[in-house]
Design a protein around this ligand. Structure first.
Ligand code: 8YV
Length: 323
């Protein structure tokens, strides 16, 4: 019988995922679930004699880390669809295979997008606080007024799997869908959504703007002062993709000035250390990056990552290879 490959797992994962990976691999787990920095990743990979690493969005595989990884590491599977925490060019240059977990988190993330959109539009954060603080008093016709969602225009920046799932949900609210994406979708996928090759042409039509693109050099600070100016007054910005897509100074300024009515944010630059100014703004609905946080989805992500590793160790091409 051939020996099981050694798999270094940088974070604790759901029980069903760990049961499968400890069955099929010589697994080395991070028992305390503490965050690992560059040196930990390198030392642990060397000490464990890891053939593969199963990692999460919380560990950063920069070009420097990838270069210093011991030669025994052949494949890096990330428990995430996004891979902006991995320098894929450096991985390719070193011959390190990288895989991600698309598809399985599409619905959970699109659900969270609608949660942020509705939460921000209807000031759910303030309404809930009133109850929790025992301040629910006399009814008044002008209290806690939000922005109507039904029938409004939604602009989706990034019309991949998650953007399309957001569009499907938003149609249930009779929203008019606009989108901007590198490529136009075929009509059967577009389903009447209005395509803008130039995102600047889309922004004036966005009562709501949802960010659903990957985090990258190209999308960094897409939401900046100049582009916020192009949005209609009183628009709502929603971000469940990556914090790097938003210039926090510009968004906070627009929320303070009233240019924007509200924002719904699940992701932040430098998370978990978000810009503290968000915490004191009453027109922001905030979540701590829970886009994929359902047990079904987290199991799906783990199994998908393991499917990729299994394929590679069986001599097949992993389904979700990104480097
Ligand atoms: C994860 C995510 O929570 O998959 C992604 O890209 O942003 C999230 O769903 C996280 O990154 C898990 O590693």
């Amino acid at each position: 019988m051939t020996e099981k490959p050694t798999l270094l797992v940088t974070r604790r994962l759901p029980p069903d995922v760990e049961a499968r990976l400890t069955r099929d691999y010589r697994a080395v787990l991070n028992d305390g679930d503490a965050a690992w920095g560059a040196d930990d990743l390198i030392n642990m990979s060397r000490d464990a004699g890891a053939d593969a690493i199963l990692t999460c969005g919380t560990e950063r595989f920069t070009a420097d880390v990838i270069e210093r990884l011991p030669g025994n590491v052949k494949i890096l599977a990330t428990f995430s669809v996004g891979y902006d925490h991995i320098d894929v060019a450096a991985a390719s240059a070193r011959g390190l295979v990288v895989t991600n977990t698309p598809d399985v988190l599409t619905n959970a993330t699109a659900d969270t997008t609608m949660l942020c959109l509705l939460g921000a539009a209807r000031q759910a954060q303030n309404a809930e606080r009133v109850l929790r603080q025992g301040r629910w008093g006399r009814w008044a016709s002008m209290d806690m007024l939000g922005v109507e969602v039904t029938g409004k225009r939604l602009g989706i920046y990034g019309m991949g799997r998650i953007g399309q799932a957001v569009a499907r949900r938003a149609r249930g609210f009779d929203m008019e869908i606009h989108y901007s994406n590198r490529n136009r979708l075929p009509p059967e996928t577009e389903q009447g959504a209005i395509y803008h090759a130039d995102p600047h042409k889309m922004l004036p039509h966005c009562d709501f703007l949802s960010i659903n693109c990957p985090g990258s050099v190209e999308t960094r600070h897409f939401v900046n002062e100049r582009r916020i100016e192009l949005l209609p007054d009183g628009a709502v910005v929603v971000n469940t993709a990556r914090g790097s897509v938003i210039d926090d100074d510009a968004l906070i300024q627009a929320l303070q000035s009233g240019k924007l009515a509200a924002a719904g944010l699940d992701v932040f630059a430098g998370e978990p250390n978000l810009d503290k100014r968000y915490l004191s703004l009453s027109n922001v609905f905030l979540l701590p990056h829970i886009g994929s946080a359902t047990i079904e989805t987290r199991n799906g992500m783990g199994f998908r990552a393991l499917d990729n590793l299994d394929a590679w160790f069986a001599g097949r091409e992993p389904h979700d290879r990104v480097a």
